[in-house]
Write a protein that binds this ligand. Structure first.
Ligand SMILES: [Zn+2]
Length: 393
């Protein structure tokens, strides 16, 4: 059963940052690492070869979306979504819980998709594609994720918003514990029947909003159950790096060193990444890095003027780039920066040429991946703190 393991190569002396290796049946993930999101088995605008070329080791796909389209019958024929899309390497799926709760929060309902009700049994919802009715339960989520075939899968939970009331948090947490336990049981059952080389590591999800007590209870439960990994979810690891840090601080002292920690949808750019990594986060995903690229918001390195204040971002559609003959960045080694001028990128975005979206996506993923490589190297060399200072001075 050594198809999945986690080892720490080096721990930072001053913080909880760690450089490690997650071994999966489909390859190794060197951590800390970023996982781009391929919601519908596609990282928008890129081929699997390009996803690798920009330095990605792993991708995450969404259970909710793939379950509705193309559906498990199609994906089962390929032995999983990785084969279906031609990706060779480790993969992750989420449980669908986030999408379901997102619909619930928006109060959307009707033909165009939405939640009819959430009970202890599961979430009854309408497809946003054709209005058909579906019941997503913890058992169903694990079954679907089993067909999707990722190396790392997530327990079905009910995520929370950061501003939810104590009562709502308590209710959702109680349900999440129940759902996580049922996810775990279903996963164990499927594990007994699995073929060699197809181990899926089920991660338990820590919830509890900002409440220290509830978060610790949630993590303690996951550790007691024996999940192979830990995921941290909810809006608490969202766009605000300070809030992310605060939420992680409530559990950092009881995070184990023998299990990988995944931050679901970690936002906040480089600042958020440093806050999470120094509290023991090993891997994270985020859709906004690629979504921003498609709107012209591109990352800039400290050497190019990126800082806390501008959140390491610029908009390539700005006038100042119209006549810039040099690349967007003076230091970036990505395909886009090495081959094209900022002026040309500005033109592609301004005239809505599809190539612009591709080149921007390549740059943004490369940027985050190269930051993760720098972070990993700095932890191993013992100068993580000076790297953080260089970026967040
Ligand atoms: Zn670049």
């Amino acid at each position: 059963l050594n198809e999945f393991s986690f080892q720490i190569d080096k721990k930072d002396k001053l913080t909880k940052a760690r450089a490690g290796l997650i071994n999966t049946p489909n390859g190794v993930i060197k951590t800390p690492a970023f996982s781009p999101v391929g919601t519908k088995a596609s990282v928008k605008t890129l081929t699997p070869e390009e996803i690798k070329e920009v330095g990605s080791q792993v991708i995450l796909a969404n259970t909710y979306h793939l379950y509705l389209q193309p559906g498990t019958k199609v994906i089962d024929k390929f032995g999983g979504f990785a084969n279906f899309m031609g990706w060779k390497g480790p993969t992750i799926t989420d449980s669908g819980g986030y999408q379901v709760s997102f619909l619930w929060d928006k109060g959307k309902s009707g033909k165009n998709g939405g939640i009819l009700k959430i009970t202890d049994k599961g979430a009854l919802f309408l497809s946003h594609i054709d209005g058909s009715k579906h019941l997503l339960t913890p058992e169903k989520s694990i079954e679907v994720q089993n067909v999707l075939g990722a190396d790392i899968i997530m327990a079905f939970d009910q995520p929370l918003g950061i501003d939810d009331s104590k009562k709502k948090i308590k209710e959702a947490l109680k349900r999440t514990l129940l759902w996580e336990e049922r996810s775990f049981k279903k996963w164990k059952m499927l594990e007994e029947k699995r073929k060699e080389g197809s181990f899926q590591a089920l991660f338990g999800i820590v919830q509890g909003g900002e409440s220290k007590k509830l978060r610790r209870e949630s993590l303690e439960f996951i550790l007691k159950m024996g999940f192979p990994g830990i995921a941290i979810g909810g809006e608490t690891v969202g766009e605000n790096p300070k809030k992310t840090g605060k939420a992680l601080d409530t559990i950092v002292d009881i995070l184990p060193s023998d299990k990988p920690v995944h931050a679901l949808g970690l936002g906040g750019g480089p600042e958020g990444i440093f806050e999470a990594v120094k509290r023991g986060v090993d891997i994270f995903d985020n859709t906004s890095i690629t979504r921003m690229a498609r709107t012209g918001v591109l990352f800039i390195y400290p050497e190019d003027g990126g800082n806390r204040k501008n959140k390491f971002r610029t908009n390539i559609k700005k006038r100042k780039f119209k006549n810039k003959k040099n690349g967007l960045s003076g230091v970036c080694d990505c395909f886009s920066c090495k081959n094209f001028s900022a002026s040309y990128l500005n033109h592609l975005y301004s005239s809505k040429e599809l190539l612009g979206l591709r080149l921007g996506t390549i740059h943004n993923i490369f940027f985050i991946n190269s930051l993760m490589t720098q972070i990993r190297k700095s932890i191993i060399k013992g100068d993580f703190e000076s790297l953080e200072k260089l970026w967040l001075k």
